[in-house]
Design a protein around this ligand. Structure first.
Ligand SMILES: CC(C)(COP(=O)(O)OP(=O)(O)OC[C@H]1O[C@@H](n2cnc3c(N)ncnc32)[C@H](O)[C@@H]1OP(=O)(O)O)[C@@H](O)C(=O)NCCC(=O)NCCS
Length: 167
């Protein structure tokens, strides 16, 4: 299992998103959400200097994530993996990179919202130690009506000594 995980890690690369990635990103986004972000939403994130990450595999773009970081709080605004790559560890690797970046940029905590019906993403976040801290009523649009969001957060421990040393 560990060897397979390492094999996938060796096959993944990361770079900062540019406008030339938006076609691939929008393809993932439109297949993932009933009310997907528009191209302009992604451009706004790039222009605001949010942390916009592209994950690539041999076939091209396999995933993306967007995070805003303000002082000691990070907010994961969007994350998606290509539908043909799901359930193979791509999302796990991407989220690891996002959490690492939040810590490296000095955040104490990372927040996110997830649709109450999004069992896949909720399960991924729980695996990473995110905890539900609230519900945002009618936060997301649906073709008919609205859907609540779970507000989740994870504390980022800047416990450098124990991360790098055993003594
Ligand atoms: C959420 C998402 C990013 C997960 O990516 P992924 O590459 O499939 O995730 P992984 O393969 O690394 O899975 C990690 C864990 O997530 C959970 N998970 C992923 N897909 C799942 C599914 N369909 N059902 C239940 N749990 C699931 C599992 O706990 C899984 O661990 P396991 O495989 O050991 O059981 C992906 O499903 C996606 O892009 N969804 C559409 C966009 C979206 O919902 N974004 C989140 C917005 S808040």
């Amino acid at each position: 299992m560990a060897i397979e995980e390492n094999k996938l890690k060796d096959q993944l690369d990361y770079r900062y998103m540019t406008e030339s990635d938006l076609e691939a990103v929008l393809e993932i986004e439109t297949l993932s959400n009933p009310f997907p972000w528009t191209e302009q939403n992604f451009i706004d994130c790039l222009r605001r200097g949010y942390y916009c990450l592209i994950q690539t595999h041999s076939d091209g773009v396999s995933g993306f994530a967007i995070q805003s970081i303000a002082l000691d709080e990070a907010h994961l605004l969007n994350i998606g993996v290509s539908s043909s790559k799901r359930r193979q560890g791509f999302g796990t690797d991407l989220l690891e990179k996002i959490i690492y970046a939040s810590e490296a940029m000095g955040s104490d905590q990372i927040f996110l919202e997830v649709r109450v019906s999004n069992a896949a993403a909720t399960s991924l976040y729980l695996d990473f130690g995110f905890k539900q801290i609230g519900v945002r009523k009618d936060y997301y649009r649906l073709p008919e009506g609205q859907e609540d969001a779970l507000l989740m957060s994870k504390s980022l421990k800047k416990d450098w000594k124990n991360r790098f040393f055993n003594n």
